[in-house]
Every structure is written in structure tokens, then in C-alpha cells.
Design a protein around this ligand. Structure first.
Ligand SMILES: *Cc1c(COP(=O)(O)O)cnc(C)c1O
Length: 379
């Protein structure tokens, strides 16, 4: 089936009891056995819930995975992936990885004997020189948040597979509509469903997509053992959100391309970071690896004071963390999403004090641009 058909139907059958076309929210903790020693495939709802199962199958279809496993948040999903490792293992990570991922690795997992190297994964030679005998995983985000640098997934998967290293891609920014990491050899894909997959800023959730039976089995085992499961209500919200993923992504991108061009031409903007611009250093890679450029843009103003004036003036563009919802969100990475990254590290990555990030929504383009223009008039 095509992407749109899968987005709407995969994993979902009319409810066997009533024929309800929408998968019900199975609000239950347990299931009654027909007789001792038999069950209908359901025993306890931490292990399995039909609403969650429908979403897991749906996301697996969209990413081309063997299985999907859903969690209470993107971070819970990433935590489950890290449980594939053992004390002493070394992990190479994209330098400007999501702030929460950095915090989990540095401030939670390091104390269990995992070691991490943060490198500019867009430069393969940096990955090569960070490799150690103990390197068991390369964890990349592409494009990275918020400076929008891209990593060549196929090249990283090749480096991983020279030894039995696991190639993990956080695909939150592009969604499977624009980027399918398994086609380039990735082993595991993770998502914060909080963002584009749900798309309506009303749920927190995560998903891990796997393509080997060994990884699927282990991730499922961690899901039921650690127990950070997605609730049936949230699973239902994401299932509902995904039905319009293709429509939303098209519109996010259509708007984002125009907003990027608008910003690029604006005299008060020093630089625009958007993979769809020909000036983006990895525009060619974006064309090769993605089927669209997405809805996320970062741009540089002179300094913190200018960024503050701008952000305090815009109104339709809501000043908030997060991304991927139908509404336009705008934020200041240095003091918001990336505040937990030390200042010196932020400087190295390019998260300057004047950097502003926009998650372009699906409102009328003219209204978004008028609001941004109002922001510039404050400078
Ligand atoms: C938001 C986000 C996460 C974390 O997801 P939560 O649902 O907030 O736990 C991980 N990676 C990326 C790229 C994100 O944007």
C-alpha cells in the first residue's frame, strides 16, 4: 500500500465486537481468561493493549520496520534502546543531539559505565577517528536540532556494519513521510511521537522501530520489564494524528520553504539554516536522503538582546519548546531546549545566543510571515 493508505489503515481493523471503524481506547488493566491455561492473546495491559498494538503496527508499516514498540515518551523509547548495551560499551553520538538525549546519556547513563563521544557526525572522518574497540552503537539525529546539519545515514550504517555495531537514527524531525532510515541501512529508528506523528501538541509519547527479531524481542522485553508504556488514550490520539501525517507534512513543508525564503531575504537575519535552501551546506545530501525538507528552520539574529526583542513581539508564533504541531512554535534554543548543554559546548555546536528556531505550522502562510515581520519591526 502507499504511504497515505498505510497512514490511515495500517494496524487497524474494524472492532471485532461492534464493527466500530475506529480502534477503541481499551481502558483496561487486565483480561479475563476463558479458562485456566488459555488466554485470547492478552494477559495484562502493561504487556499488551489493543489500542497500543494498533499504533505499533501502524508505525511499523510507515517506517518499513518489522515491529514498533511504543513508550510513554520519546525519552522512554531512547532509554529502552540504550538497554541493548552493557556496562563498558562506547557510543558515538551526533554532537548537537536533542538536549534531553544528551542529558540522559551524560547525567543518567554514564554512571552505569557507558561512555559517549559527541562528534560532528556530518563529517564521517570524525566518526572514524572516534571509533574504539568498545564502540557498540552510533546514535544519530538528522537533521540535528537546532542547527539543521545532516548526517549521511547510509555511510554511518556502513561504518556500523563493518563490526556488529548498532546504527540508531532519531527520525523525529523528518518523520517517515520525508525520511526512511531503514532504506539506508539503519538498524533502529526512534521517534518522539509527541512531535509530527501526533502532530496536535496534545500528547507525549515515543516509539522504537526495529527490523531484526533480536532487537524487537529485547525492546519488547524492556517495554514490559521497565514498564514505561504509552497509555491507551495517548495511543489513540497518535493513531488519530497519524491519519493526516502526509497532509500535514506537505503543508508544513510548503509553508517552511516560503518562510525560509522570506527569512533568507530579510536584512535583519544573518543566516538561515534550512536544508531546502540551496545555500545549505548539505542541500545535496538532503535531496538524496529525504523526499522533502521538513518544517523546521533556524535563523541567526545578532545577539541575545535582538532575539529577546523579536521573540517578545511575535504573537501568532507561540513562544514554546516542542515542535511538529499544527501551530507555529518559536523558541530560543540557547535558553530553552538546549539550556542543559554547557555554554562552551553550545558555542562549539553553533547554538549562538542570537539563534531562533521555528517549527513552521500549517496556518495561512501570510499570517505567519506578517507575524515574523512584526517581530523584526521590534529590532
Ligand atoms: C522531543 C524530542 C525527543 C524527546 O521526546 P519526548 O517525547 O519529549 O520525550 C527526542 N528526540 C528529538 C529529536 C526530539 O525532538
Amino acid at each position: 500500500m502507499g504511504f497515505a493508505t498505510d497512514a490511515i489503515h495500517a494496524g487497524q481493523e474494524p472492532d471485532p465486537t461492534t464493527g466500530a471503524i475506529m480502534t477503541p481506547i481499551y481502558a483496561t488493566s487486565t483480561y479475563v481468561l476463558p479458562e485456566l491455561g488459555k488466554n485470547k492473546g492478552f494477559d495484562y495491559a502493561r504487556t499488551v493493549n489493543p489500542t497500543r498494538t494498533a499504533l505499533e503496527a501502524n508505525l511499523a508499516a510507515l517506517e518499513g520496520a518489522e515491529a514498533g514498540t511504543c513508550f510513554a515518551s520519546g525519552m522512554a523509547g531512547i532509554s529502552a534502546v540504550m538497554a541493548l548495551l552493557r556496562s563498558g560499551d562506547h557510543i558515538i553520538v551526533s554532537r548537537n543531539v536533542y538536549g534531553g538525549t544528551y542529558r540522559l546519556f551524560e547525567h543518567v547513563l554514564k554512571q552505569f559505565g557507558l561512555t559517549f563521544s559527541y562528534v560532528e557526525t556530518s563529517r564521517l572522518e570524525e566518526i572514524e577517528s572516534a571509533l574504539q574497540p568498545a564502540t557498540r552503537m552510533i546514535f544519530i539525529e538528522t537533521p540535528t536540532n537546532p542547527v539543521m546539519s545532516l548526517t549521511d545515514i547510509a555511510a554511518v550504517a556502513d561504518i556500523c556494519h563493518r563490526e556488529s555495531r548498532i546504527c540508531v537514527v532519531d527520525n523525529t524531525f523528518m518523520s517517515p513521510y520525508f525520511q526512511k532510515p531503514f532504506q539506508f541501512g539503519a538498524d533502529i529508528v526512534v521517534h518522539s511521537t509527541t512531535k509530527y506523528l501526533n502532530g496536535h501538541s496534545d500528547s507525549i509519547g515515543g516509539a522504537v522501530l526495529t527490523r531484526s527479531p533480536e532487537h524487537t524481542e529485547r525492546i519488547r522485553f524492556v517495554q514490559k520489564s521497565a514498564g514505561a508504556i504509552l497509555s491507551p488514550f495517548d495511543a489513540w490520539l497518535v493513531l488519530r494524528g497519524v491519519k493526516t501525517l502526509h497532509l500535514r507534512m506537505e503543508c508544513h513543508e510548503r509553508n517552511a520553504r516560503k518562510v525560509a525564503a522570506f527569512l533568507d531575504a530579510h536584512p535583519k537575519v544573518k543566516r538561515v539554516m534550512y536544508p531546502g535552501l540551496e545555500s545549505h551546506p548539505q542541500h545535496e545530501l538532503a535531496r538524496r536522503q529525504c523526499t522533502g525538507f521538513g518544517g523546521m528552520i533556524s535563523f541567526l539574529l545578532k545577539n541575545y538582546e535582538e532575539a529577546k526583542k523579536f521573540l517578545d513581539r511575535v504573537k501568532l508564533c507561540a513562544l514554546a519548546e516542542s515542535l511538529g504541531g499544527v501551530e507555529t512554535l518559536i523558541c530560543h534554543p540557547a535558553s530553552m531546549t538546549h539550556a542543559s548543554v554547557p555554554a562552551a559546548e553550545r558555542e562549539k555546536i553553533g547554538i549562538a545566543e542570537g539563534l531562533v528556531r521555528i517549527s513552521v505550522g500549517v496556518e495561512d502562510l501570510d499570517d505567519i510571515c506578517a507575524d515574523l515581520e512584526a517581530g523584526f519591526s521590534a529590532l
